[in-house]
Design a protein around this ligand. Structure first.
Ligand code: 13P
Ligand code: SF4
Length: 303
């Protein structure tokens, strides 16, 4: 392990590269990354780093967003098959139909967990950490929220003044977490605070002491006076939770909270991509230009 890490460090310097990782990738990858964070942090940071090359340790929409925001940089994906299933759960055709029905009244709000094609027909992107702020700032009375119905309905409940149209998509990992899982975990740990990602179904977020993005969950647990927490999001967050809070206890709500696509990113693949020239991102310039505006608008509205 140490040898691979040393090789990665050396190549990274030689190639003027930085390594960015999402909280859901393996501990060993988080350990060697220059920047680790949630989806918002990674897209924002991608616009700030000076290195010529970004190795994006996460699923493909994260690499695509980094490239769209920085067309002049090389963005390397350690495994191009690491793809978020939810990113494909909405349709460009349906977006067109909603626009025909609602005209200028509607804003198409696209969760960043989506393909570049979906972003390119949207008005603004959001992540789980800025969705409320961004949607609230939009002047449109109607919101078509794609692709995640759970995050969409979580935001809709907080903005009753707007009409929401939902799309039938969701994260397969978070959708599997059930309210019964939270009740079971609370039986075993009655004093624990329940921290939930808003990609979970409403019946689960309703049981939360805190609901928010992965960074939000980590910040909440770190600032809290409580000692025990039930965690309803992908288990990769446990690494940072324990790093920041070695004396606190964290219990997964369910053993199934594992994103197989995020776990495809390994140290071997990080090393191997640094040695190769192919980047695995298949986007035309026209697509990147169209998808750039909603991402840029998200960054502007959330800063
Ligand atoms: P955040 O990074 O916004 O917490 O979203 C979690 C997620 O599912 C990323 O794929
Ligand atoms: Fe997609 Fe869910 Fe995996 Fe995030 S955790 S990448 S939303 S499948």
């Amino acid at each position: 392990m140490k040898e691979i890490q040393e090789q990665i460090m050396r190549l990274k310097k030689e190639k003027n590269a930085v390594i960015m990782a999402h909280y859901y990738v393996d501990d060993a990858v988080q350990e060697i990354a220059d920047y680790v964070g949630d989806s918002y942090y990674l897209s924002d940071m991608a616009t700030k780093v000076e290195a010529e090359t970004i190795v994006l340790c996460g699923v493909s929409f994260m690499g695509e967003s980094a490239k769209i925001l920085n067309p002049g940089k090389r963005v390397l994906l350690p495994d191009v098959t690491a793809d978020c299933p939810m990113a494909h759960m909405a349709s460009v055709e349906k977006v067109r139909r909603v626009r025909e029905d609602y005209g200028d009244d509607v804003a198409v709000v696209c969760y960043v967990n989506s393909t570049a094609a979906l972003k390119s027909v949207s008005d603004v992107c959001v992540t789980s950490s800025n969705a409320l702020k961004v949607v609230k700032a939009l002047p449109n009375p109607v919101i078509y929220f794609i692709p995640d119905k759970h995050l969409g309905s979580y935001i809709a409940k907080k903005l009753p003044e707007k009409k929401f149209i939902f799309n039938d998509g969701g994260c397969p990992v978070h959708t599997m977490i059930r309210p019964e899982d939270i009740h079971e975990a609370l039986k075993a740990h009655p004093a624990a605070k329940v921290l939930v990602h808003p990609e979970c179904p409403e019946a689960v977020t309703e049981l939360a002491d805190y609901a928010g993005s992965t960074s939000g969950i980590i910040d909440y647990a770190t600032a809290s006076e409580a000692d025990e927490f039930i965690i309803a999001t992908e288990l990769g967050v446990m690494y940072e939770l324990k790093q920041k809070n070695p004396d606190k206890s964290f219990y997964p709500a369910s053993a199934l909270q594992i994103c197989e696509d995020m776990k495809k990113i390994t140290l071997d693949k990080v090393l191997s991509v640094l040695n190769r020239d192919d980047v695995g991102l298949d986007m035309t310039e026209e697509l990147m230009e169209k998808a750039h505006a909603p991402l840029k608008r998200m960054l502007e509205l959330s800063r």
